[in-house]
Ligand binder design. Structure first.
Ligand code: ATP
Length: 295
């Protein structure tokens, strides 16, 4: 085993599945590693993973056991340090794990990688100076995620998602976006959504920018321009299948830094976690800024 490893286990991830697997997880981790070199922490509340990752020893491995939200907390906790992030992907979305080639691994394989896998740099995203690993989505998709928070509790899965989509569509009023790249305005006009990505997918495998590369030092950006309610209903299935790229109202850009400026505060999510709505998102990539453990 290589150095000290902290496992950050989120019992709420995978819709509570991780919580149900706690004993099994702890036993399997202890089977695979020497107990003096391992620490297992079960997070107590949202945000706890950031603190755990921050206080892990310098140069150590910090393994997010959960989904993209857990990964996001570990990324925030280790950004700017010499610690490396690993993932045991047991969330519902797992887009970060997909980005680094880990999402098809079973528990044993993921654990072996976490403990013994090589450490490779990938790019680190910063949005208004806050780190992210895989994705930043601004606009419609974040509004849907916000809406889902207030959906009736008896609605779960797809019905909850549909309720949220149609709830947002009912009051749809597109903000005006100015997207600026290196001081030049590259898009101006109404915008359904903007994605500023390190990964090619978000939302559990939606290939919003299919050719994004997490080691090219660049943000892969997609802007969905003006869409009517009916247009949104039409584009969503194409988006999910990756058949949106030739749509005339979809625009793609690539660059090391962008500023997305709106005429009003617009909701956003970073690695799938909702962040405070803002009128301006300043985004850039730190090339090789995040150490990742991968096979
Ligand atoms: N002890 C806890 N109790 C409740 N929520 C927690 C706890 N620890 C962490 N969280 C929060 O759980 C949320 C969901 O975690 P995560 O995203 O990892 O799982 P997921 O939603 O199943 O996966 P994905 O984002 O890949 O779909 C995160 O916002 C995280 O902050």
């Amino acid at each position: 085993m290589s150095g000290f490893t902290t496992f950050v286990i989120n019992p709420a991830a995978g819709r509570g599945r991780v919580g149900q697997m706690l004993r099994q997880l702890e036993a399997t981790i202890r089977q695979h590693g020497r107990s003096s070199d391992i620490e297992i922490i079960v997070t107590q509340a949202p945000g706890h993973g950031i603190e755990v990752a921050r206080s892990a020893p310098a140069g150590s491995r910090v393994i997010a056991v959960g989904g993209d939200g857990t990964v996001h907390e570990v990324v925030r906790g280790i950004a700017g340090s010499d610690k490396a992030i690993g993932v045991i992907p047991i969330g519902s979305g797992n887009d970060f794990a997909r980005m680094v080639g880990l999402h098809r691994h079973d528990l044993g394989a993921a654990l072996r990688t976490a403990l013994h896998g090589g450490i490779h740099p990938i790019d680190l995203g910063l949005v208004n100076n806050q780190p992210y690993g895989a994705s930043l989505g601004i606009g419609f998709d974040a509004a849907v995620a916000r809406k889902a928070l207030s959906a009736p509790t008896f609605l779960r899965g797809m019905p909850r998602y549909l309720y949220s989509i149609f709830g947002v569509l009912k009051d749809l009023q597109l903000p005006t976006l100015e997207l600026i790249q290196n001081g030049q305005t590259v898009y101006q006009g109404p915008s359904l959504l903007v994605a500023l990505m390190n990964a090619s997918t978000y939302g559990g495998g939606i290939p919003i920018v299919p050719d994004a590369i997490p080691t090219d030092g660049l943000i892969s950006a997609a802007v969905a321009g003006e869409f009517s309610r009916l247009g949104v209903v039409g584009i969503l299935p194409r988006l999910i299948l990756g058949r949106h790229v030739h749509h005339p109202r979809l625009h793609f850009f690539r660059g090391a830094e962008f500023t997305a400026r709106f005429d009003r505060p617009v909701p956003a999510h970073s690695d799938g976690e909702l962040i405070e709505p803002a009128t301006e998102y300043r985004v850039h990539m730190v090339p090789g800024g995040l150490k990742v453990i991968r096979p």
